[in-house]
Design a protein around this ligand. Structure first.
Ligand code: NAD
Length: 331
């Protein structure tokens, strides 16, 4: 099987090259450019394309891939909200993903963001580098003894529940389906109650029609004053304009975002010389109690190794007709 990789970064090449030897029937060509209507036709002659989280796999792109003879879209990520699944099904293209790779990688990044905004590490780091050893404005609060509210308790949310519990927090959670593995450490509560009682709220549910703008101004106004909000899941779970309003109303001690609504043009690109066309990201970055990272929750050695191995196992399974059904993305 010949696979064309789009949007390849050095850490992708390193991780896939390290495991490709175990898959003798697969060859990979790497492209730096991401997939688009202009670049989809480069896939002519390939059996599969491998794409990442910000790739725009629109109807037209799927149709172009189909015309090139591509039969398989391999997502080297968990989320698939960027793929037109209806078009893929119509064009008989199989879509596969990596649903659960090192969930602790993302949970630990969520925790890192929570710690960083709580203890103002982003400001402390800059101050000390400038020989400013003042502590004014750096007061945080102890997580121990406080309440963590986890929205979505699948693989990553469960890891976050365990991490919060390990810090001595009370853990409450909201999910459509309770996770029996968390029975002894988590109390499931209605969404409203989670908003009202949590000192730290961390989002770990997928982006769906139902969860789009789950955190809007009504939800924000129901939260405790001084709450910390962390989103490592998908940007559109939060209505950004409402978030900005909430920040201006001094609702939050801190906000940590690994994902945000406008990220698609930014993620993994160096845009330091660009004049950005919208002010939303710039406004978010202007607040002293907000930390934004660029969708790096997955970026640990363990997660990259798991992603590369599972992606190639998905390709092999597709070829042999033994694909792991849990990794298939269907309508
Ligand atoms: P998962 O499928 O194991 O868990 C998702 C949980 O959300 C499930 O328990 C599900 O029941 C729950 N859920 C679904 N709809 C809900 C709703 N309407 N309200 C409340 N809960 C709901 O997924 P996961 O592996 O834990 O990943 C969670 C999300 O993390 C992914 O969807 C993806 O968007 C994001 N993610 C981010 C990164 C990153 O680098 N920042 C990396 C991987 C995944």
């Amino acid at each position: 099987m010949k696979i064309l990789f789009y949007d390849t970064k050095p850490y992708d090449t390193e991780a896939f090259d390290a495991v490709i030897g175990d898959f003798p029937d697969i060859t990979i060509d790497y492209l730096k450019t991401d997939i688009s209507e202009k670049t989809a036709t480069l896939a002519k002659g390939y059996d599969a394309v491998c794409l990442f989280v910000a790739s725009d796999v629109s109807t037209r792109v799927v149709e172009l891939l189909s015309a090139c003879g591509v039969k398989l879209i391999l997502l080297r990520c968990a989320g698939f909200n960027n793929v037109d699944l209806e078009a893929a099904s119509r064009c008989s293209i199989t879509v596969m993903r990596v649903p659960g790779y090192a969930p602790e990688a993302v949970a630990e990044h969520a925790m890192a963001l929570a710690f960083a905004v709580n203890r103002h590490l982003h400001k402390a780091y800059i101050r000390v580098r400038e020989n400013n050893f003042s502590l004014s404005g750096l007061t945080g609060f102890n997580f121990a003894g406080k309440t963590a509210g986890i929205i979505g308790t699948g693989k990553i949310g469960a890891a976050m529940c365990r991490a919060c519990r390990g810090l001595g927090m009370k853990v409450i959670a909201y999910d459509k389906y309770e996770n029996p593995a968390l029975e002894s450490i988590v109390e499931y509560v209605p969404f409203e109650q989670l908003l009202k009682q949590s000192d730290l709220i961390s989002l770990h549910c997928p982006l769906t029609e139902e969860t789009y703008h789950l955190i809007d101004i009504e939800a924000i106004e129901r939260m405790k004053d001084g709450v910390i909000l962390v989103n490592t899941s998908r940007g559109a779970l939060i209505a950004t304009e409402d978030l900005i309003r909430g920040i201006r109303q001094h609702k939050f001690s801190g906000v940590g975002l690994d994902v945000y609504e406008e990220e698609d043009e930014n993620v993994f690109e160096n845009r330091e010389d660009d004049i950005l066309s919208s002010s939303v990201t710039a406004r978010l970055l202007s607040f002293p109690n907000v930390i934004v990272t660029s969708h790096q929750g997955f970026l640990t050695k363990e997660a990259l190794e798991a992603i590369s191995r599972t992606t190639l196992e998905n390709a092999e399974g597709f070829m042999k007709g033994t694909a792991d059904r849990a990794n298939l993305v269907t309508l």
